[in-house]
Design a protein around this ligand. Sequence first.
Ligand code: ACO
Length: 401
Amino acid sequence: CIDIAKLPKETGLFTYDSGFTATASCRSAITYIDGDNGVLMYRGYPIEQLAEHSSFLEVAYLLMNGELPGKDDFATFEHEVTHHTMMHEAFRTFLFGFRHDAHPMAMLVGMLGSMASFYHNTLDLEDAEQRRMAAIRLIAKVPTIAAACHRYSIGWPSRYPKNNLEYVTRFLHMMKEVPSEPLELNPVAAKALDLLFILHADHEQNASTSTVRLVGSTGANPYACVAAGVAALWGPAHGGANEAVLKMLEEIGRPDNVQSAVDKAKDKNSGFRLMGFGHRVYKNFDPRAKIIREMCHKVLNELGVNDPLLEVAMKLEEAALKDDYFVQRKLYPNVDFYSGIIYKALGIPTEMFTVMFAIARTAGWVAHWLEQQNDPEAKIGRPRQIYTGYDARDYASIDKR
Ligand code: ACO
């Protein structure tokens, strides 16, 4: 390991903060989190109030613009988003290059990256109005693209956005395979999805948002920035946790197996963790989990869902909440524990769970990208490292190695 004392003086103060747990990378006025007290606010509004009174699209406006919209502003915003929901036919053909069984998150990364190639001529990053339009296009098109990715993966043609529907119901209409019993018209399903989208819309400098900002700091195309964010979200330690929760529940299989799963998660040598439990920032409770837990129970009751995996989930929640290991470490169910269960109850396929998260988080990503582009102090992101390799050594020709 390099001796820090030997570093040249001009290096200045050099901190090592693996995982950036204590380093702020930017100033932001969008989202406030107090992890110790379980507080989350978007632009100063407590998440509990937004969850109760607002809608996802209004929250997207708030995140982007800093204030809640008046009636006329909201009508204009809704109109703009609705106007941009269509995918250009030529852009839609990009889909056909994917293998039929590609993961929808892989397709989403690819399709959003492709948007950078599709809209590069109409984007001048110096122009605030064009930056705003790029943000609106992303909020509008991500659900259309996400639904098309899903339908492509099951061999169904994509469905055009029905623009007389609202944001969430329009997405459900595009995604579901069979229009006969339209789940999209079930008010409990639509409300649950809208609520999940509000709760997932932003979460300050999480891995995917930091990624969007890091890529954005280089002046890259916003669609490429958001494609990078989607890639970061995919991992099971981040947005992929909701999919991992369902896989874990399937592995546990039966309520009788719950206790042995809890015991296995406590054994450090097992390499097994309870997915959907614990959080990097919330060390007491995740305020989003409190809200969504209530909705989760409502969805299960009102939709009359009878799925043995959901019984496993409820048993697991109960067992972990009274186990000393989890209580002492303050490992509570996080928002993704419940979001996976709700998606399952709504009949959304498991591999689409993280895609659902990406649709919601797009609102936060574009808000952060816009804020960064407007920030005169913003610099290119360039973390440093602690070098742990060899000291200088001489090259040896191949016959001497
Ligand atoms: N199951 C069992 N033990 C756990 C779990 C878990 N899910 N999470 C943490 N622990 C234990 C650790 O082994 C450690 O124990 P120790 O103190 O005896 O060594 C202690 O709790 C602290 O864990 P850390 O890994 O240091 O906590 P960190 O803040 O770094 O990690 C994380 C947070 C990544 C979320 C972790 O709790 C985890 O892996 N959870 C499961 C994955 C998950 O649900 N991710 C979704 C996050 S929410 C989101 O992205 C929207």
